[in-house]
Design a protein around this ligand. Structure first.
Ligand code: SF4
Length: 370
């Protein structure tokens, strides 16, 4: 529990004639980007944009937002959509569970709240895929309710401005920064305040090379005074990531068919499609892969000469690193018919017809460029 006195020990250190919020809101009027979700107080559109922007930067997220908005103009359209279609539109954003949770959330809003996002924090936070950040964003942007948002931009600005070195990824740091964000919130204009502080962090107090020379907060910024812009905010070291080794097999027939499988069970890329996958504890050379395929009851392979490595890529996720090798296998030399999870599709239709996992997609891009 963060005591009020300890928050004030940070916020009172800095005396400006104007409050932090009013400086930021004045800056925002002049500098804000013209973005479609800034012209609406429709909670559905705000929710859509916020979930997408948690995955990517504004420039990359904008086309996704426009695609979703066009395909699903209202939350009712979204709630009725097949999961497959949502995942296809989501493709490239990663964290497919977020796309899946969006569908569940839209269905909850339609079925339990008559299509309106609730205005009560305790209710909105219970919706699928909505955490404190998204709840506060929707409540403040759509309904102008006094909830402070804390995203990466807000952490950075507050830690620099107040010179706070508590790690932002610690429980203590999360509570402290949330409490400070609430303390500095303009409760009369929470929506505008929240947009201003996030935009300022995104455009002005940037991770690298913040624009301190032209900063309206320069006079009172603790990081600038103590020359600590580069070392704030502080993040404590994450645990080492788990390493995984994937071997994907591409076998295309003369008539243009190839094999795919659907990922089942929990874990990454649930329900998405990918090339047949052999996962091992270490990277394999061609002999080891051949022996490994020979040992699998449901696959048979004629000869190791039928296998050629095509492409290798490392893919980093939040808790794991995947080292993927893609192997081209002569179609006539491999038999998947005893594996009920693997089926044939027309190779050129693969991405149009199926929501494919990101690594398969990367490989297909690689083949196109060859
Ligand atoms: S002076 Fe520099 S570090 Fe401080 S808030 Fe402004 S841009 Fe950020």
């Amino acid at each position: 529990m963060i005591r009020k006195a300890s928050i004030q020990s940070f916020t009172e250190k800095i005396n400006t004639s104007d409050s932090l919020s009013s400086i930021l809101q004045k800056w925002f009027v002049i500098n804000k980007r013209n973005l479609p979700w800034r012209h609406t107080n429709d909670a559905y559109k705000i929710w859509l944009s916020e979930i997408i922007l948690q995955q990517t930067r504004v420039n990359q997220g904008l086309p996704y937002y426009l695609k979703f908005e066009e395909n699903f103009p209202t939350i009712y359209d979204f709630a009725q959509a097949p999961e497959e279609k949502i995942l296809r539109l989501w493709q490239g954003l990663g964290y497919y569970s977020r796309g899946r949770n969006m569908l569940k959330c839209a269905q909850q809003v339609v079925n339990e709240f008559d299509g309106q996002f609730p205005q009560d924090y305790k209710q909105i936070i219970k919706l699928k895929g909505i955490g404190d950040y998204t709840a506060s964003a929707i409540l403040s942007f759509a309904y102008n309710l006094p909830y402070a948002v804390v995203d990466g931009n807000v952490y950075r600005l507050l830690s620099r401005y107040y010179g706070i070195d508590t790690p932002i990824n610690s429980t203590e740091g999360q509570k402290l920064f949330k409490a400070i964000a609430e303390e500095v919130l303009d409760t009369q204009n929470p929506g505008n305040h929240n947009q201003a502080i996030m935009e300022f962090g995104a455009l002005h107090c940037t991770p690298k090379q913040p624009k301190c020379e032209t900063c309206p907060l320069a006079e009172s910024c603790e990081a600038l005074r103590s020359n600590r812009q580069a070392s704030l905010p502080v993040k404590s070291k994450a645990k080492p990531k788990k390493k995984r080794y994937f071997n994907y097999l591409l076998a295309v027939s003369d008539s243009g068919f190839t094999y795919v499988q659907q990922r089942t069970g929990k874990g990454i890329w649930q329900n998405l499609y990918e090339l047949p996958l052999i996962e091992q504890e270490k990277p394999l050379d061609v002999d080891e892969l051949y022996r490994c395929l020979e040992d699998i009851q449901t696959i048979s392979i004629e000869s190791q000469n039928a296998i050629n490595k095509s492409f290798s890529v490392k893919h980093v996720l939040s808790h794991q690193e995947i080292f993927a090798d893609f192997w081209i296998v002569a179609h006539e030399a491999i038999d998947f018919s005893r594996n009920s999870n693997i089926f044939e599709v027309r190779f050129e239709d693969l991405e149009q017809e199926y929501a494919v996992a990101v690594l398969t997609s990367k490989f297909l891009r690689h083949l196109e460029q060859k």
